[in-house]
Design a protein around this ligand. Sequence first.
Ligand SMILES: Cc1cc2nc3c(=O)[nH]c(=O)nc-3n(C[C@H](O)[C@H](O)[C@H](O)COP(=O)(O)OP(=O)(O)OC[C@H]3O[C@@H](n4cnc5c(N)ncnc54)[C@H](O)[C@@H]3O)c2cc1C
Length: 418
Amino acid sequence: MAKQIGRFDAIIVGARIAGCVTAAALAQRGWSILLVERAQFPRPTLSTHLFFSDTLHALQRAGLLEPILRIGAPRIRWLRFPYVAAPFPASKGFDFALCIRREVLDTLLFEAVRSLSNVTALTGARVTAVRQVDDRRWDVVVATTSGEWLTSAPLVIGADGRDSTVARQVRAPVLAYIPPLFAWYYTYVDGLPWDGDVAALAYRGDYPDIGAEYAAAFLFPCDAGLTLVGYGVEHRAFSAFRRDVTQHFVAGLRRIPEVWERFASARRVAPIRGTGRLPNFLRQASGSGWALVGDAGCHQDPHSVQGMGNAARSAWLLAEELARVQTEGIDLQQALARYARRRDDDLLPLFAFTTFELRRQLPDDIWERFEARTREDPDLASLRVAAMVHAVHPATVYTPERVTSIANGAVIPPLQPA
Ligand SMILES: Cc1cc2nc3c(=O)[nH]c(=O)nc-3n(C[C@H](O)[C@H](O)[C@H](O)COP(=O)(O)OP(=O)(O)OC[C@H]3O[C@@H](n4cnc5c(N)ncnc54)[C@H](O)[C@@H]3O)c2cc1C
């Protein structure tokens, strides 16, 4: 028979960025939290890790920013992607992005959250079952090396990533699904030369030998003096690519001279890792006594760099809505429903951009004019970067109506610092 761990206000499954921000934000508000993580830190996760001012702001509000800034990772001032290039706007006091290896970042977040007095944090502990006993109680079964434990709470929060056990157990409805678009691989190099401003750089390429008309490479300066070097191909080339990852990674980079020159002059210090198992989906964000944050609720291809920001912002939105249960006396269910609406409003425009659903809704000439204007008009490029980092609401740019009106010449006022 399972041993009892006790009762909590909420049980959070998964303790990387979504779980840690949720736990810290709720603990600040006096909630007693059980945070359950199957990994032992430090441990990497399969992810590159560029993140923007929206993430920095969420970490700051959750009281988690200081240890992250102390790492001293380079402050990245510019985004230079094939379709948009502009400096990061000043937003809520942050005018830079960071790129910190996940084993470093996630360990520091977890240590900070574990030290909070009303958080009980377990690692090496896997949630295996989540059962609703009645409308005020969930039982959660946790498997550890010392056996099986049973715990309960009125609220269970899935921060357990794209293969979320919580989502499966609560039968969270899938609201949208788009098959994988790309496969992305990355490694780290030491001694890659950076001159000029420190920027997150991405370059377009192709790799016809394995059937990829579209490929891209990226260079992100990250912590410990390393540079993250990435390469990806459209998904139809994934099975050919994975047959010899090292050969195709190197051969792909060689086709992009700006990247190859710098990559070849540096020393590779890590294996090449990556995946093409990158489905795009949106799950309902909450239901009766449950909520999903981060990738558990919405997973999308990383090409638009939204994952960590979505995780941190959704965590913060959930905590803000749950706070109303105490401060305004609203019902838990109402708070959860409000969270779901806000999460969708917050991330749907860029989900549509990332998955090319937005592109599909528009005539080709409109999209081409929108892209051409982005290259020519620095105010539009700045606005698009501001939308990517959520310094302005993404619907300011990424709706069919806005893209059409921008393509047709709508005036874009210069961005004001927020
Ligand atoms: C190749 C690649 C590149 C990427 N690049 C970027 C990028 O540059 N920038 C960016 O913003 N995003 C990027 N992402 C996306 C980013 O990694 C995710 O969006 C982000 O990690 C989501 O955080 P999360 O906390 O929601 O989930 P996760 O980071 O997936 O964490 C979930 C945690 O839950 C734990 N867990 C799962 N199941 C259980 C269980 N049953 N019991 C207990 N614990 C459990 C897991 O061990 C894990 O630690 C990339 C992703 C990939 C795959």
